[in-house]
Design a protein around this ligand. Structure first.
Ligand code: UTP
Length: 297
């Protein structure tokens, strides 16, 4: 099987309950980090990694996402007329090639594994990436690109991994490490949301994966696992049981959990401070806030 990865699945069918009431009307993936929706960061990362086919697994209430990727001819010509070249370029950078995006519905939120399985007919017999847009990774070289390059050497399945405090392991899929090669580990097993005392390590899986089509076959027969959901982690774990390789890749970069309020706020501050047009004013404001707060304590 070729090791070229050209397709990516974006599972965006979750209900985003942690952001209610906003997510009653706005899909989580459209919420903006500074001035770009989360999904745009995910698309840009995928493009940088060489992805040319983008598969969205959506659900009811996510039509704003489909609209976002539509062309906006009126807006474009209005910006053109007014000579707003920079804004026009920003807008045009979000345009997608016709036919590059496919939408599949997950009719019931049965879990991440089930969402990925819903895209099986669009994958065929080739490796594919999975990107969870609510995990945002700030990195010099985009996270998926790092992984695609590593995957060309290893094959197998690869998950992005990072060390987390022991107290947090129960929020993640966790790797049981067979061999530690530094920026990469080979896994012996994987467990979804283990209790702290049962976690095989503190090396947690975050929302970037490169998977082989075998994983989709494993999902064909998958029963629900942790939290009553069909877990992607379990389907990847089955690869290990079948004697195939699974690697954890310690990416270089800072990951933000934009599926949680605290993570989203942290990402907002970090991304704003990284922007030359905002940094000065914003950091001055933060300094003032902190001194007022410190004085009050
Ligand atoms: P989360 O666990 O963050 O769930 O899903 P959620 O529904 O998005 O958010 P909360 O927990 O209710 O606030 C992780 C990723 O898996 C997708 C989500 O869209 C998100 O990208 N997902 C999850 C699905 O596509 N389908 C599912 O059935 C479950």
């Amino acid at each position: 099987m070729s090791r070229k990865v050209t397709k990516a699945i974006f599972p965006v069918a979750g209900m985003g309950t942690r952001f209610l009431p906003a997510t009653k009307a706005v899909p989580k993936e459209i919420m903006t980090l500074v001035d770009r929706p989360l999904i745009q960061y995910a698309i840009d990362e995928a493009r940088a990694a060489g992805i040319t086919e983008f598969i969205f697994v959506t659900s009811r209430g996510k039509s704003a996402l489909e609209d976002y990727f539509d062309a906006a001819p009126e807006l474009e010509s209005s910006l053109k007329r007014k000579g707003k070249t920079e804004l026009l370029e920003t807008l045009q950078a979000t345009n997608m090639e016709s036919g590059a995006i496919a939408y599949i519905r997950q009719h019931q939120a049965l879990g991440l594994g089930h969402a990925v399985w819903c895209a099986r007919r669009l994958i065929g017999d080739e490796p594919f990436a999975v990107i969870l847009p609510d995990d945002v990774v700030a990195a010099e070289k985009p996270c998926l690109q790092q992984m695609v390059e590593a995957y060309e050497e290893t094959g197998g399945c690869m998950v992005a991994a990072m060390e987390v405090p022991r107290s947090k392991v129960s929020s993640y899929g966790v790797l049981d490490v067979k061999e530690d090669m530094g920026n990469m580990v080979s896994a012996r097993g994987m467990v979804e949301k283990p209790a702290r005392e049962e976690a095989p390590s503190n090396l947690a899986v975050i929302g970037r994966y490169i998977l082989t089509p075998n994983v989709l076959n494993n999902l064909n027969t998958m029963k629900s696992g942790a939290g009553g959901e069909i877990q992607l982690t379990d389907a990847i774990g089955t690869e290990l049981e079948n004697g195939r390789d699974v690697y954890g890749y310690r990416f270089r970069g800072q990951r933000y959990d934009c599926g949680s309020k605290a993570g989203f706020l942290q990402a907002t501050v970090a991304f704003a401070l990284a922007r030359p047009d905002l940094r000065g004013e914003f950091s001055q404001y933060l300094d003032e806030m902190m001194s007022v707060r410190n004085a009050a304590e």
